[in-house]
Ligand binder design. Structure first.
Ligand SMILES: [Zn+2]
Ligand SMILES: [Zn+2]
Length: 332
């Protein structure tokens, strides 16, 4: 089969290799689509030991197995299901296993991937193949962040709401907030191309001259400047949710703006497996909006060049199809 290699230096190559063998407790999945994700940029630049790709949708290809033929999304976090963290429902933070598909074991930029059975999330037939990968990072991560906060600041109690970062997770958060009943949602992103699509997802462009405060800020960019701005502009009693990620150290300056107010600072990571059903219903309700996020389908012949364009914010949420034709359909 073919699988991608990220040697570093912003290069992607495809190599032939054997179809992986499913170990005990694992199944083989034939990959239909793996969505590109900004978090892969680190592997694209610095190189990866394993095959990247972690927003995977495919079909179980394990004859004789009870789940053979099932349409599935792959939950990125390998988890034990038995530790106290898993039993509390937070499967994304399992205390026993620290393995992420596409990071420290092979992922979905390949024809096939072997995955533990615990990572199979069933996808009903009504969900279109191309929308299915959005059930992971785009909906799963975003909707989980919104659910975490809705208990503290429900729509009726929330004042101004701001989303910083208008990439797939920021737009996913905007969609999940609208779906949860939050009214006016302001969005900010330094890229004018990204801001141009915000109104079509129901968001309002932030007036940067407006010095008002926000009771709820979802920081989806991971940029330190955006995090620091959130600390300055969150109103007393409000909440900041850190959804975006950044692997370089972040220092909080404990000045009066930070010290002299009550506010929640919440980190939200991925989502518990138990939320998959709610995520499917959200996808069904917001299907029209989510479809417009997928703006490119690419294959092995074009992944390297399309990845460069994706990293330059030319596309929102491209899909990799391992059997994709070289004549790629742009802006589907
Ligand atoms: Zn991702
Ligand atoms: Zn566990």
């Amino acid at each position: 089969m073919q699988h991608a290699v990220f040697p570093g230096g912003e290069r992607i190559e495809f190599r032939q290799g054997p179809i992986p063998r499913a170990a005990d407790g694992e199944v083989l999945v034939r990959v239909s689509y793996t969505a590109l994700c900004g978090s892969d940029n680190r592997l694209w630049r610095g190189g990866a030991t394993y095959t990247p790709g972690h927003e995977i949708f495919g079909t179980v290809d394990q004859p004789g197995h009870a789940r053979h033929g099932e349409r599935v999304c792959i939950y990125i976090v390998v988890h034990c299901g038995r530790c106290s963290t898993c039993r509390s429902g937070l499967t994304q933070s399992c205390s026993e296993i620290s393995e992420l598909i596409g990071w420290n074991r092979d992922g979905g930029f390949a024809d096939f991937v072997a995955v533990p059975e615990c990572c199979l999330l069933a996808v009903p037939d009504e969900i279109d193949d191309r929308l299915a990968p959005l059930l992971l990072d785009t909906i799963g991560t975003s909707a989980h962040a919104v659910r975490r906060v809705a208990a503290l600041l429900p729509p009726s109690a929330a004042g101004r709401v701001l989303v910083t970062g208008a990439g797939p997770v920021g737009l996913g958060t905007l969609i999940a907030l609208k779906d949860a009943g939050y009214g006016r949602i302001e969005v900010n992103d330094p890229s004018s191309e990204r801001m141009a699509v915000v109104p079509s997802f129901g968001g309002v462009t932030l007036d940067r001259n407006d010095a008002e405060r926000f009771s709820l800020i979802f920081e989806c960019s991971g940029a330190h400047a955006a995090r620091n701005a959130a600390i300055r502009t969150v109103s007393p009693g409000g909440a900041i949710v850190l959804v975006g990620e950044n692997s370089s150290p972040w220092t909080i300056e404990e000045d009066p703006t930070f010290r002299r107010k009550d506010f929640y600072l919440i980190r939200s990571f991925y989502f518990p497996t138990a939320e998959h059903g709610e995520n499917i219903r959200l996808l069904q309700r917001q299907k029209g909006c989510l479809e417009t996020l997928i703006d490119l389908e690419t294959g092995p012949a074009n992944l390297a060049s399309h990845y460069s364009e994706f990293a330059a914010a030319r596309y929102l949420k491209p899909l990799f199809n391992p059997r994709g034709r070289p004549d790629v359909v742009d802006n589907l």
